[in-house]
Design a protein around this ligand. Structure first.
Ligand code: 48H
Length: 260
């Protein structure tokens, strides 16, 4: 076989094996932002089979650009243990004890690397366009290539089946929206619906991100900004401790539920 064909057939075979091996999952994660990447790492560390489906070519979500494209972010003391666990460098802010700055590119790449090294698989340029909903429970995801979605091509999707689904889609809470609208489910919120994200209030937003991280319907969890949007929390700007802690919390909740 020519080297040209060796390369092509190796890639096709290897990718096909990876996808086939991940059509049935313990946890299917939608979105590869910071909260989801932390969740993926701890879920995988617990021995669960995990895959992340990320719409964009580069996972990392809203981390790369820091604050207004100044590629630095802030993390507070409570979440520093997570940066250490991913070997991400941080520096104390001299006039603000308990707060640290870090390079947003190092954070994005460090979280991605840590999640993958734990065994989670990542399928990028894949958009989740629907959920599998059977017998009153969320059972998996409906996936398609992002270019198919972007070009509006009329191409039917494929599916993955999962013990639980994690909505890590950030501000829009796309998967919970889909579930609420198409499956017409009542969510675990005061109104049974999506309350919507509130404006900026940094400390409140950070605390609420962690509080709002939970199971919103049997088999359907939310973390990060998605959880805040569903439960009506404030936004917080380019501080990421809440996102990291949310990912760790949701991993603990999902492990507890799935291991029962
Ligand atoms: C596949 C999808 C789909 C889909 C979306 O927004 P993210 O970075 O997620 P979080 O919640 O972990 O982090 C939020 C943070 O980045 C942020 O925005 C903050 C702190 N904002 C504060 C403020 O005040 O604005 O990442 C979500 C990811 C993205 O990469 C999307 O491409 C992806 O999810 N995604 N992937 N199928 N249907 N929808």
């Amino acid at each position: 076989m020519s080297i040209e064909n060796v390369i092509s057939s190796a890639i096709i075979r290897s990718f096909s094996e990876k996808l086939l091996d991940h059509l049935t999952l313990d946890v299917a994660i939608v979105g590869g932002g910071p909260s989801a990447l932390v969740a993926a790492r701890y879920l995988s560390d617990a021995g669960l089979k995990v895959a992340i489906f990320e719409r964009k070519l580069a996972p990392g979500g809203g981390t790369w650009g820091g604050g207004m494209l100044f590629n630095e972010v802030v993390v507070q003391e409570d979440a520093i243990y997570l940066l250490d666990a991913f070997h991400i460098t941080h520096r104390p802010i001299p006039d603000a004890p308990g707060y640290y700055t870090l390079d947003s590119v190092e954070m994005a790449s460090g979280l991605i690397f840590g999640a993958l090294k734990s065994g989670a698989k990542l399928f990028n340029s894949v958009s989740v366009e629907d959920i599998v909903f059977k017998e009153g429970k969320v059972n998996g995801l409906v996936i398609n290539w992002t270019p198919v979605e972007r070009l509006g091509m009329h191409v039917d999707p494929l599916t993955v089946i999962a013990g639980a689904v994690l909505d890590g889609t950030g501000h829009p809470s796309e998967i919970i929206h889909l579930a609420a609208e198409k499956a017409q489910i009542k969510l675990n919120t005061p109104t049974g619906g999506i309350l919507g994200e509130k404006p900026m209030w940094v400390d409140n937003g950070e605390a609420q991100t962690v509080e709002n991280t939970q199971e919103y319907f049997p088999g359907l969890f939310a973390c990060g900004m998605s959880a805040n949007n569903v439960a009506g929390g404030y936004r917080m700007g380019p501080i990421f401790g809440g996102m990291l802690l949310s990912g760790h919390k949701v991993a603990r909740l999902m492990i507890e539920k799935l291991k029962k």
